[in-house]
Design a protein around this ligand. Structure first.
Ligand SMILES: Nc1ncnc2c1ncn2[C@@H]1O[C@H](COP(=O)(O)OP(=O)(O)OP(=O)(O)O)[C@@H](O)[C@H]1O
Ligand SMILES: [Mg+2]
Length: 247
C-alpha cells in the first residue's frame, strides 16, 4: 500500500461532450506543496470538486490516507480532514470575520445545544489563534463582506484551517488580487500551513508564485495531468510551455 495522503485512480467525468477529468491517476505525499497550473477549462476545479465531494465522478476512486472516500459528501470529507478554499471566496458577508470562523468551527466541533452561544460551543481560542495566524485579527469585528479581496481570500482559508485539516486544497488563492499583493498573501498562507503542518494543493496561474512556493507542479491539459514533477522541470517541458504557459 502506498503512504499517499490523497490518491485518485481512473478519475473521470464528462459534461456532455466535454471531458473534464480523463482517467486521472494521482498521488500526493504528506508534506508536499503542490501547485496546479492549466489553461481556463482544463479541469483544475473539476478535479478539486470531485476530491472534496462537490461533484460525483462518472468513474474512478478518491482515497484519503488509503481510505476510499469516493462519492462522500463535502461535509463528510471535511470531517475527515480535507479543507478547501474557493476560486470565489465563500464567506458569510453579513457576519463579522470572527463570526465566520465561529460558524465554520461549529460545523465539526459544536458543543451544547442550539441555545449555546457560538463562542462557547466551539474552541474560541483556536478561532482567535487562527485569526492571528492569517493576520486578520485587526479585522475580527468587521463584516466579512466589507473586506478587500485579498483578506476575503485569507478568511476563506482561515475558515477551513480552523477545522484542523491534514490537507488544504486552495482554488486560485491569489486570483482577483493585484500582482504586488499576491506575494504577501501567499507568504501569509504558506507560513500558516507550515506552522499547522498541513499538506497543500493550490491552483495558480502566476508562474512566479508557482516557482516561489511549490515543491511540486502538475500541469493540467484537457482533463489530464500532462506533466508532474519538480516545478523547474515541468516549466521546461515543451508541452507545458506550448499549451499552458503559452509562450
Ligand atoms: N457544472 C458544470 N456543468 C457543465 N460543464 C462544466 C461544469 N463544471 C465545469 N464544466 C466544464 O468542464 C471543463 C473544466 O472546467 P473547470 O472549471 O474544471 O476548469 P478550470 O481548469 O478550473 O478552469 P479555470 O482556470 O477557468 O478556473 C470546462 O470545459 C467547463 O466548462
Ligand atoms: Mg477553476
Amino acid at each position: 500500500m502506498s503512504s499517499a495522503l490523497l490518491s485518485t485512480r481512473g478519475l473521470s467525468l464528462k459534461f456532455g461532450g466535454v471531458v473534464a477529468a480523463d482517467a486521472i491517476d494521482f498521488d500526493l505525499m504528506p508534506g508536499e506543496r503542490l501547485a496546479v497550473v492549466g489553461q481556463n477549462g482544463a479541469g483544475k476545479t473539476t478535479f478539486i470538486n470531485i476530491c472534496t465531494g462537490y461533484l460525483k465522478a462518472d468513474a474512478g476512486q478518491v482515497l484519503l490516507g488509503g481510505v476510499d472516500i469516493t462519492g462522500q459528501s463535502p461535509r463528510a470529507i471535511t470531517r475527515r480532514g480535507v479543507g478547501r478554499s474557493f476560486q470565489l471566496p465563500q464567506v458569510f458577508g453579513e457576519h463579522t470575520v470572527r463570526e465566520c470562523l465561529l460558524i465554520a468551527a461549529s460545523a465539526v466541533q459544536k458543543r451544547g445545544g442550539w441555545w449555546t452561544p457560538l463562542d462557547r460551543a466551539v474552541d474560541a481560542h483556536e478561532v482567535d489563534a487562527t485569526l492571528e495566524l492569517l493576520q486578520l485579527q485587526a479585522r475580527a469585528h468587521d463584516l466579512a463582506g466589507s473586506l478587500p479581496e485579498g483578506q476575503r481570500k485569507l478568511l476563506d482559508v482561515a475558515m477551513a484551517l480552523v477545522l484542523r485539516p491534514r490537507l488544504m486544497i486552495m482554488d486560485e488563492p491569489t486570483s482577483g488580487v493585484s500582482s504586488d499583493e499576491k506575494h504577501g498573501l501567499m507568504a501569509v498562507l504558506m507560513k500558516a500551513l507550515d506552522e499547522k503542518q498541513v499538506t497543500s494543493i493550490f491552483v495558480e496561474h502566476d508562474i512566479d508564485i508557482v516557482r516561489r512556493y511549490a515543491t511540486r507542479l502538475a500541469a493540467w491539459i484537457a482533463g489530464r495531468i500532462a506533466a508532474d514533477g519538480p516545478p523547474d522541470e515541468v516549466l521546461r517541458d515543451p508541452v507545458v510551455i506550448k499549451n499552458v504557459i503559452g509562450e
